[in-house]
Design a protein around this ligand. Structure first.
Ligand code: AMP
Length: 398
C-alpha cells in the first residue's frame, strides 16, 4: 500500500536537528510518573532518530497550565523518559528563546534533549505564527509522533508542519496504519461496537459509522436512549429522552446504508448504581419501573458474540455497561475476551480506543491481545467521527 504521508523512511536524519513532537502527557502523582505507557510508545522513534545520528529535540505539552507553572514542568517526565529509554535526556527550561537555542547548540549527533512544556506559552494553543517561527529556528525538520494531539491545530502539533519538512514518527505511523486498516480500507465485514454513557457525546461518531460499517452494536447507557425511542419502557435507566428523534434518525440512516444495528435484547437491571447491587436479567418487555439498566443481558452478549464471529474487522469504543462496578462489567469483559480470542485465532482485526475503552479492555485482561489499542482519547474519537485531523493532514502536504 502506498503511504499517503511521509515517514522516517523518507528522510536522512544524520546530523539534522529533529523537532520531534511526542505525547509526554503521563499521569503523575506527587511529582512521580504513575504510568509510563506513553513514554514506552514514543521510545522507538526517539531511539531510531538518535541511532541514525539525528539530534532529537523533544516537544510536548503537559496538562493545561495557565502560563509557566512549576507543577506542570516536563522535567520529572524527561527524567522518567531517560530511565525508560536507558539513555541520557537533557532538559531545557524553555522551548524557545536563548535557553532553548543554547541547549540545542550544545547537542552532538545522537543526543536527546527535552524542551519545557510548550503550553507554558499561550501561543502554543493559538498556533501563533511568531511562536511557530521561534520554534522552527531550533530545527531542520519536524517529526510528529503524537497522534493523541493530532486533532488539535496547535503550534507544535500542526503549525510547524507548514514551516519545516514534516514526517510521521513510528508511533504515529503505526497508529495511522492500524486505523486505516480498521475503517479506511478494512477487510469486510466490519463491525463496530459503541458503548458508553451518552448518545449526546457520540452522535457524529454513530452517524459516520453507520455509513461505513456492516454492523453496529450499540450498548452502554446510550443504548437506553435508542430503546426508549423505540417505545420500550426502561424504568429509571440513564437515558437522554430528548434525543429520541436523533436516535431514530440514526437508525433510519443505518437502514438506508444497509448497516445492521444490534441493540440489546435483554438487560441486567439493579435498583441502584452501586457495585454488587442486587440485580437480575430481564427481557425488554419486563424492565421494572424502579430499575436501572446497568449492563447488557446474557442473550444480548450471545448476539454480540455471533456478530463478532461474522466480522473480519472490529472497531470498538465505549463499555457495554457500567464496567467500573462489578458485576456490571460482565458484558464488556466477556465480549472483549471473545474479540481477543478471535484476534488470536487470526479471524479478526480488532482496533479499540478512547479513554474508558482502554481501561475496560485492561480490566478484561486483553489490552495486549487486540490488534491495536489506541491510547489517544479525543483524537481517536474524532477519527471515528470521520473528521480530518490537522496534525495528520499536514503530514500529507506536498
Ligand atoms: P464514555 O465515556 O461515553 O465511553 O462512557 C463511559 C461510562 O459509561 C462509564 O463510566 C460507564 O459506567 C458508563 N455506562 C455504561 N453503561 C451504562 C449504563 N447502562 N448506565 C449508566 N452508565 C453506564
Amino acid at each position: 500500500m502506498t503511504k499517503s504521508f511521509r515517514t522516517l523512511d523518507d528522510v536522512d536524519v544524520k546530523g539534522k536537528r529533529v523537532l520531534l513532537r511526542v505525547d509526554l502527557n503521563v499521569p503523575m502523582e506527587n511529582g512521580r510518573v504513575t504510568d509510563a505507557t506513553r513514554l514506552e510508545r514514543v521510545a522507538p522513534t526517539i531511539k531510531e532518530i538518535s541511532d541514525k545520528g539525528g539530534k532529537v529535540i523533544l516537544l510536548a505539552h503537559f496538562g493545561r497550565p495557565k502560563g509557566r507553572d512549576p507543577k506542570e514542568s516536563l522535567k520529572p517526565v524527561a527524567e522518567e523518559l531517560a530511565k525508560v529509554i536507558k539513555r541520557p535526556v537533557a532538559f531545557a527550561d524553555d522551548c524557545i528563546g536563548d535557553v532553548a537555542a543554547k541547549a540545542v547548540g550544545a547537542m552532538k549527533d545522537g543526543d536527546i534533549l527535552c524542551l519545557e512544556n510548550t503550553r507554558f506559552h499561550k501561543e502554543e494553543e493559538k498556533n501563533d505564527a511568531g511562536f511557530v517561527a521561534e520554534l522552527a529556528k531550533l530545527g531542520d525538520i519536524w517529526v510528529n509522533d503524537a497522534f493523541s494531539a493530532a486533532h488539535r491545530a496547535h503550534a507544535t502539533t500542526e503549525g510547524l508542519g507548514h514551516k519545516l519538512p514534516a514526517y510521521a514518527g513510528r508511533t504515529m505511523q503505526a497508529e495511522l496504519d492500524a486505523l486505516g486498516k480498521a475503517l479506511d480500507a478494512p477487510t469486510k465485514p466490519v463491525i463496530a461496537i459503541v458503548g458508553g454513557a451518552k448518545v449526546s457525546t457520540k452522535i457524529d461518531l454513530l452517524e459516520n459509522l453507520v455509513s461505513k460499517v456492516d454492523a453496529l452494536v450499540i450498548g452502554g447507557g446510550m443504548a437506553n436512549t435508542f430503546l426508549h425511542a423505540q417505545g420500550i419502557a426502561i424504568g429509571k435507566s440513564l437515558a437522554e429522552k430528548d434525543l429520541a428523534a436523533t436516535a431514530l434518525r440514526i437508525l433510519e440512516k443505518a437502514n438506508a446504508a444497509n448497516c445492521a444495528i444490534i441493540l440489546p435484547v435483554d438487560a441486567v437491571v439493579a435498583n441502584q448504581f452501586a457495585a454488587n447491587a442486587p440485580s437480575h436479567a430481564y427481557g425488554l418487555d419486563a424492565i421494572p419501573a424502579d430499575g436501572m439498566i446497568l449492563d447488557v443481558g446474557p442473550q444480548s452478549i450471545a448476539r454480540i458474540h455471533s456478530a463478532i464471529d461474522d466480522a473480519a474487522t472490529l472497531v470498538w469504543n465505549g463499555p457495554l455497561g457500567a464496567f467500573e462496578l462489578t458485576p456490571f462489567d460482565r458484558g464488556t469483559v466477556v465480549s472483549a475476551k471473545h474479540a481477543a480470542e478471535r484476534t488470536k485465532a487470526r479471524k479478526l482485526t480488532s482496533v479499540a480506543g478512547g479513554g474508558d475503552t482502554v481501561a475496560a479492555l485492561n480490566q478484561a485482561g486483553v489490552g495486549g491481545e487486540f490488534t491495536y489499542v489506541s491510547t489517544a482519547g479525543g483524537a481517536f474519537l474524532e477519527w471515528m467521527e470521520g473528521k480530518p485531523l490537522p496534525g495528520v493532514e499536514v503530514l500529507k502536504r506536498g
